[in-house]
Design a protein around this ligand. Structure first.
Ligand code: TYM
Length: 376
């Protein structure tokens, strides 16, 4: 791959590469930027400000205003998000889930969470269905460990629960032509048939609430922007099937610990997995790319650049709640008062503190998986 190709931005549900230009994505995907006005309306209803909103980590949406308007007139909504269980969960995946939990608590809504073991099987030539299904159950532990309550959280495991999904998937699939799917997802002659049908399955949880409860309410989907192509086709056909168009709120990608790109399980040395032990976390953070200078003396003199530093992003996204302290960190970095070693040490401590607790809760979650299933 040439340097130019490496830098070229690719954002699809199955590949994120290059330097991600979020303004350009809003333009190309045809979404809307999250405005101050909309943000304030959410904060008013939530009764608090969430760091992912106020730092514009969630930056774009579709129909969020419609959902809030309806809510203000008494129509509730449900939340929907998910995971493609191709391996262990990394902390980038937690970003939209943490925000989803905030919304769920603030708006007292039901969450449907889709575990797409079928997707990960069809899109990867080497994947085994037994393995993706097993990862589905393991990944659910991470969701539960974040504190989602079984009373209003419903985890759908595609392969096990397909009987519940199939009628709606068929309705969806019948209304989407191959040419639309091809234009949206870039399918090729060589794409297998399972993959081509598959987007109809990701659409189902947008609509399943009506089937389960009789209530027709919109779904709001918090996720990173890579999932947006699914919603474009789903939104087109929703009114034809008698449903609200699903709304979205999109977040940026937590980068990996290397240079640029998103945190991705396919580059394990630059990803922090929720099951990583402390010494592995330490090693990965210690090897991370920063905005630092060649020598300590030079950095003390001229400062470093937090805007390109992977470590800084972890404080921004997850590990520094206090805006004032975040700003101080940025200024101390720019002026050479704080060195990369200081930030790496602190991040390692915060990550390991978080992960130790998370891993304990993951263990406890093993007894509770059944409570999150949809009862028949
Ligand atoms: P998956 O498993 O690729 O990703 C799970 C969720 O994590 C988001 N994400 C990230 N967010 C921030 N920083 C990152 N580095 C990062 N990497 C991934 C994804 O946007 C996603 O929200 N097809 C889906 C599974 C799915 C789904 C859904 C996701 C089914 N229904 C509804 C969102 C909403 C998938 O493979 O996600």
């Amino acid at each position: 791959m040439t340097a130019e190709e490496k830098d070229e931005m690719i954002v699809t549900p199955w590949e994120v590469r290059g330097k991600v230009d979020y303004e350009r994505l809003i333009h190309e995907f045809g979404t809307l930027p999250l405005t101050d006005g909309l943000l304030q309306r959410i904060e008013k209803h939530a009764g608090s400000s969430h760091l992912q909103l106020r730092r514009r980590l969630f930056f774009s949406h579709r129909d969020l205003d419609t959902v809030i308007n309806l809510y203000e007139k008494g129509t509730k909504f449900v939340l929907y998000t998910g995971r493609g269980p191709s391996g262990p969960v990394h902390i980038g995946h937690l970003v939209p889930w943490i925000f989803t939990k905030h919304l769920q608590e603030a708006f007292k809504t039901r969450l449907y969470f889709q575990m797409t073991d079928d997707e990960k099987f069809v899109v990867d030539d080497d994947a085994k269905l037994k393995q993706t299904t097993k990862y589905g159950l393991e990944n659910a532990l991470d969701l539960i460990a974040l504190g989602f309550k079984p009373e209003n959280t419903y985890i759908i495991y595609d392969v096990q629960d397909i009987d519940m999904l199939y009628d709606i998937a068929l309705e969806v699939a019948k209304h989407i032509t191959y040419s639309t799917a091809k234009a949206t997802f870039g399918f090729q002659e060589s794409t297998n048939l399972g993959w081509i049908f598959w987007p109809a399955i990701q659409a189902v949880p947008c609509f399943i609430h009506k089937k389960l409860t009789g209530e027709n309410v919109p779904a709001l989907i918090p996720a990173a922007i890579d999932q947006d192509p699914f919603w474009r086709i789903t939104r087109d056909i929703a009114p034809k099937l008698g449903y609200f168009k699903p709304a979205q709120i999109h977040c940026r990608f937590l980068p990996g610990l290397g240079v640029g790109g998103k945190m991705s399980a396919s580059e394990p040395e630059t990803a922090i997995f929720t099951v990583d032990p402390p010494e592995v976390v330490k090693r990965k953070v210690w090897n991370a790319f920063t905005g630092g200078k060649g020598t300590i003396a030079e950095q003390r003199k001229t400062g470093a650049d937090p805007s390109v530093c992977s470590i800084y992003q972890y404080f921004l996204f997850l590990f520094e709640e206090d805006d004032k302290k975040l700003l101080e960190r940025e200024q101390q970095c720019r002026t050479g008062k704080m060195l990369c070693g200081d930030c790496k040490k602190e991040l390692t401590e915060r990550l390991n503190k978080f992960l130790t607790e998370h891993q304990k809760k993951r263990e406890q979650a093993k007894n509770n998986l059944e409570k999150y299933r949809i009862k028949r």
